[in-house]
Design a protein around this ligand. Structure first.
Ligand code: ZN
Length: 234
């Protein structure tokens, strides 16, 4: 597990170079955002130990295997830990891939593994979890959410963008790292989300795959332009 610190509150944990999850320092302990691939629990717990604070809550951006892979192991190791996921995405976490009538009728893509853990509570956009504001970010999956740290403008956006080999909107296949793009549910929705996240003017962008970006707005603008052209052609 490679550990790096970004600003005062954010710690990035990376496995196999490309799979990130995050610890966020909060008043009552650490919030873990996403849980990585299966087999990540030991490294995540060790990183928290080194910081010297307990993980008090787990927040999930979406229910894909590389984000919930170590959820069961962590909830076993952390009795009483809060588990929070968007209300829409909770259905996918429970293995229900059905679509609502008002959603694009295209099946969710990518791997949604069997998970035994049930969320202790579900989240709605606009809600706050301590310092973190819940932001709707559908597209990569139907119920994907992001978290904005209101203290310093850090946006933890899961797979709404990726920054591996240059910044790209979810669903835009890049040759360097095409896998998350291929798992994207609905590209026009992902592009709308990218624009909405850009409008928040984040000071720092932290993603599921690739490096953390400081002052990301010009790169977000460029990624949105490229995706808009590519998705329109498709
Ligand atoms: Zn991912």
């Amino acid at each position: 597990m490679h550990v790096s610190t970004h600003g005062d509150y954010l710690v990035k944990l990376t496995r196999f170079t490309a799979f990130n999850c995050y610890l966020v320092r909060q008043e009552d302990g650490l919030a873990l955002i996403d849980t990585g691939l299966s087999g990540s629990a030991t490294g995540i717990l060790r990183a928290a130990q080194q910081i010297g604070k307990p993980i008090v809550r787990i927040l999930l951006t979406h229910a894909h295997a590389d984000h919930v892979g170590s959820l069961d192991a962590l909830t076993q190791a952390l009795p009483g830990v809060e588990v929070l996921i968007g209300a829409r995405e909770a259905r996918l976490l429970a293995g229900d891939l059905s679509l609502d009538t008002n959603e694009p009728q295209t099946p969710p893509r990518g791997g949604f593994p069997r998970v035994n853990t049930q969320p202790t509570r579900t989240l709605a956009p606009g809600e706050r979890v301590g310092t973190l504001e819940v932001i709707a970010a559908p597209g990569h999956t139907p119920g994907h959410i992001a978290f904005l740290d209101t203290r310093d403008g850090t946006l933890i956006a899961g797979d709404a963008f990726y920054s591996w080999g240059g910044l790209a909107v979810s669903g835009k296949v890049t040759l360097v790292f095409p896998f998350p793009a291929l798992a994207t549910w609905h590209k026009p929705t992902a592009l709308q989300t990218a624009r909405a996240l850009r409008a928040l003017a984040p000071a720092r962008l932290a993603l599921g795959h690739g490096p953390v970006l400081e002052r990301p707005l010009p790169r977000m603008d460029r990624a949105i332009e490229v995706a808009a052209r590519a998705f329109e052609r498709a």
